[in-house]
Ligand binder design. Structure first.
Ligand SMILES: [Zn+2]
Length: 398
């Protein structure tokens, strides 16, 4: 388990990535870019183009992508972290490092709900949210950006609580519905206060996830109007199809599909969103750690499922876990665009996949082989210890 302080590459450090076989942008409007070279400066994308058109001089580090596919690092929109790289949910250490090996470079907390003895009084829950925000801002397990500090709202909170949380640096609300607030009007009021003070919100959708949690149906979800309709496919128990359809039709908020949810409901959501031309609202999460454990490959498994069984082009399915989430969540990563964070995953078709290319193999339902993960321009892992082996691997030239 690698616990590391936030990495700060040297000023002006340049990373050159050349010989990219396929460049996925993360942008639904143009998911494939016509380029084979990416230049990184100070951890940000500085240039994208053909090698002959990019200023390749003076790079401190050079990676030959060796014809592999480069995509933005994957974003898990729904995790439940607690402390560093340990989760008490299944008493596991190193789960975030395992997810890095699944291509995940950013995780967003939907509440630190597994904290043993989690405080539910207002002072206590605020203190815990601020502590989680500070702790994960100061320490990135294996370099992964964990955006945490997501308080679960409880009855008795007033606008001043949201103002003071925001002032202290808390930018998220944990899943509405996991605390005592389960009714539409109270949730709506608190979500509005959070929004007014610059905090983003998410809501639990569907049946209770574990003993002690409850049903949140479409009426509560619509009334609350949180920014993210958390696990629209249930976590695990999904709402009836008619209710999921209402959420697609009557709301404009993000439709989050999670690995630890109902697969049939995930496909129903995908088809409904596609029919309504609302694919830009689809974002992906694992909802891990949870009762069903930790899924290091959860995000690429959902991408492969939506692409193959859901019959969505692979390059589009990758946008769900990258650019869509980045836009919905106002992140500086998730897109291959000049000025964005240099968070990348290198992939190729897994060895012996029936698909000849990365896109074809995932479309057939195979997981890609991950060859390298880069965060803020720093190489964080090389050949994945968790995916099937990739046919080709990127090489570090210098
Ligand atoms: Zn939930």
């Amino acid at each position: 388990m690698a616990h590391e302080e936030t990495a700060k590459p040297g000023a002006g450090a340049r990373l050159l990535i050349r010989n990219i076989g396929l460049l996925l942008s993360g942008d639904l409007r143009q998911p494939i870019l016509d380029a084979d070279t990416v230049l990184v400066k100070d951890g940000k994308i500085a240039a994208i183009g053909r090698e002959k058109d990019v200023d390749t001089e003076g790079a401190a580090r050079v990676i030959d992508a060796n014809g592999t596919t480069l995509a933005p690092g994957l974003i898990d929109s729904h995790v439940h972290p607690v402390a560093g790289d340990w989760t008490p949910r299944q008493n596991q250490i190193g789960w975030i490092d395992s997810c890095l090996h699944g291509g995940v470079t950013t995780m967003i907390s939907a509440g630190e709900v597994h904290m043993p003895g989690r405080p539910k009084d207002v002072v206590g829950l605020k203190a815990m949210a601020i502590t989680a925000q500070r702790a994960f801002a100061a320490l990135r397990p294996s370099g992964v950006k964990v955006l945490a500090g997501a308080p679960v709202i409880e009855h008795g909170m007033v606008e001043e609580d949201f103002r003071s949380l925001a002032e202290a640096g808390v930018r998220l609300l944990g899943e509405v519905g996991l605390g005592s607030v389960k009714d539409g009007p109270t949730a709506r009021q608190m979500v509005a206060w959070a929004r007014k003070h610059g905090m983003q919100s998410t809501i639990h959708t569907g049946g209770p996830s574990i003993p002690g949690s409850s049903l949140i149906d479409k009426d509560v979800v619509l009334a609350a109007d949180a920014d993210v309709i958390g696990h629209v496919n249930g976590g695990h128990t999904a709402l009836p199809d008619g209710q999921i359809r209402s959420l697609c039709e009557e709301s404009t908020r993000a439709l989050e599909i999670v690995h630890n949810g109902n697969e049939r409901a995930a496909l129903f959501t995908l088809r409904t969103a596609s029919e309504l031309k609302q694919l830009h609202r689809i974002i992906l999460g694992t909802d891990a750690p949870a009762g069903s454990g930790v899924q290091p490959l959860g995000i690429i498994r959902v991408i492969a499922a939506l692409s193959s069984v859901g019959e969505i082009p692979t390059e589009v399915a990758f946008c769900f876990a990258t650019g869509n989430t980045a836009r919905m969540r106002n992140l500086d990563s998730g897109l291959i665009e000049v000025g964005r964070a240099a968070d990348f995953v290198f992939m190729d078709a897994a060895q012996h996949s029936a698909g000849k290319t990365l896109l074809e193999s995932v479309r057939l339902g195979d997981l890609p082989g991950i060859g390298m993960v880069v965060i803020d321009g720093e190489i964080r892992s090389e050949r994945s210890r968790n995916t099937p082996p990739a046919t080709r691997l990127p090489k570090i030239v210098k």
